[in-house]
Design a protein around this ligand. Structure first.
Ligand code: ADP
Ligand code: MG
Length: 270
């Protein structure tokens, strides 16, 4: 399978607590249920993705930091997880990567080259999901540079979405300078309370203001999400038939359909 059969999706929003990590873990597990091979990449020094998939960052000698700043082969670091996806884990060392990379030529391309190396070594995946840190720094820009698409989780509770404009500015810069093919796949409404009109109003306002697609269905707000990471599994395993698990399965199916349509388009062009 060639590297262009891989769909690489950056899950980004510089705001913390909007369910980036939860979405990466849950969509990854749901894609595996759909028969896809999936690699998740933890790009946050807080290592929440790594931790929530049952791996203690403190037990790791090697992590994504070594791949991005020391040129280690990703295959030396990738681990399997109980939920099905493989993981390129992070540790707190990644906090230094941002500074280390700042003075490096080609820093925007470090993730892209690591994934290309992996594919060239014969280890390619149907999906690579990049869990971005809560900032618009070097790591997020490098993730957007490596991605085919960006998915923007948005919490529908508050109207303070000024950050979305900044994120879109960054996306436009990346398109202009480092990755022309980057597409915005849309916003994913998270922590959605369908019982209130408020959530729906917020969502409509955002998608109209920024002219963004909304990826359906919205992910409902449920306490079940708080329980899963402590068990080292996603909600798809800890609460299989909950509304939240069901919503993430539907989102994964939506994304898969979009990827397949995109690949067909690419195949035709050849
Ligand atoms: P981010 O990666 O954007 O910082 P997280 O995925 O870590 O966000 O989520 C932040 C917190 O919100 C976590 O404690 C998580 O368990 C919780 N959470 C995520 N999605 C939901 C949801 N749909 N309903 C309720 N809580 C959620
Ligand atoms: Mg996170």
């Amino acid at each position: 399978m060639g590297p262009d059969m891989t769909t690489t999706l950056a899950v980004a929003n510089q705001k913390g607590g909007v369910a980036k990590t939860t979405s990466v873990a849950s969509i990854g597990a749901a894609l595996v249920e759909l028969g896809q091979t999936v690699l998740l990449v933890d790009l946050d020094p807080q290592s929440c993705l790594t931790f929530s998939l049952g791996i203690d960052p403190e037990d790791l000698e090697l992590s994504v930091h070594h791949v991005l700043t020391k040129g280690l082969a990703p295959s030396e670091v990738i681990l399997p997880t109980s939920d099905g996806p493989d993981l390129l884990p992070a540790t707190i060392e990644l906090a230094r990567a941002e500074a280390d990379l700042l003075t490096r030529t080609g820093r925007e391309h470090v993730i892209k080259s690591a994934l290309d190396d992996l594919a060239e070594a014969g280890q390619s995946y149907d999906w690579v999901l990049l869990d971005c840190p809560p900032s618009l720094g070097v790591l997020t820009v490098a993730a957007l540079t490596a991605a085919d698409g960006v998915l923007i989780p948005l919490q529908c509770e508050t109207l303070s979405h000024r950050g979305v404009g900044q994120l879109l500015d960054t996306v436009h810069d990346v398109r202009r300078f480092t990755n022309r093919k980057l597409q915005i796949w849309g916003v994913l409404p998270t922590m959605y309370d369908g019982r209130t009109n408020h959530s729906r109003t917020v969502l409509e306002t955002i998608s109209a203001t920024y002219d963004l697609d909304v990826v359906e269905p919205p992910i409902p707000k449920t306490i079940k999400f708080a329980e899963a990471p402590a068990a080292g599994r996603t909600i798809l395993a800890t609460s299989r038939s909950s509304k939240g698990a069901k919503a993430y399965r539907e989102v994964a199916a939506t994304l898969l359909a979009r990827a397949k349509a995109g690949k067909k388009g690419r195949a035709k062009k050849r």
